[in-house]
Design a protein around this ligand. Structure first.
Ligand SMILES: [Zn+2]
Length: 213
């Protein structure tokens, strides 16, 4: 494979991780590990901006959540960088980082200028590294609803620094949904039923994990 071919692959992987949901292996308190579905790095970063609250900054008390300024800085770096890259290939789309990066992914991977391709590859890989380091450990895709089996809504789990953080009890994984409180598991085939019980709509396309490289 040529150097350019290798760089194209790196760009596809980096931008894929930035804009598409993925999987992450997370260690449980008892030392066991499980694979969870996680939102795209950019969506995890957006959640971190509001300290894990929903994008409207609501919390149960109705008071706006404080902003995480490190997350804001990181998001701003990606925002301006993505715009810089996208406009290099005559971007005329809407102002959404995901759309800009999808455009860059297509254009950079057919660009024949080694300097440009290598710039995109190293910059996007750098963003993945910075966001990944910031989000360590990654947040699983959670359902903010009480577990239908035990009624628990949130549990406390240690973060990378050992500090206990409150997370939703219901976490989604490629194997299904698991309650971190009572360990009850619903297979993926039961998601629709579970969603009906919880009265929610799934926003994530869980079929992505079927895709080949
Ligand atoms: Zn439960």
């Amino acid at each position: 494979m040529t150097d350019l071919g290798r760089l194209y692959d790196e760009i596809r992987v980096s931008i894929g991780r930035l804009i598409e949901p993925g999987e992450s292996v997370i260690e449980h308190d008892d030392g066991s590990t499980a694979t969870y579905l996680v939102p795209s790095l950019l969506n995890q970063l957006r959640q971190a901006v509001y300290n894990g609250r929903d994008p409207h900054g609501r919390r149960s008390s109705g008071v706006a959540a404080p902003l995480n300024l490190d997350a804001v800085d990181l998001l701003q770096t990606v925002r301006s960088g993505a715009w810089d890259m996208a406009t290099r290939w005559d971007y005329r789309g809407i102002i959404r980082i995901e759309d800009q990066l999808a455009h860059v992914q297509v254009e950079a991977c057919r660009c024949a200028e080694p300097d440009t391709v290598s710039w995109v590859a190293s910059t996007t890989a750098g963003w993945v590294k910075s966001i990944g380091g910031f989000l360590d450990p990654p947040r699983p895709l959670e359902l903010v609803a009480p577990c239908p089996a035990c009624g628990v809504r949130t549990v406390y789990r240690p973060d990378s620094s050992g500090e206990a953080v409150r997370v939703a009890a219901l976490s989604l994984s490629p194997d299904g949904c698991i309650c971190l409180a009572c360990k009850y598991r619903w297979p993926q085939t039961h998601f629709r039923h579970l969603a009906t019980v919880l009265g929610i709509k799934f926003e994530w396309d869980l079929s992505h994990s079927e895709e080949g490289g």
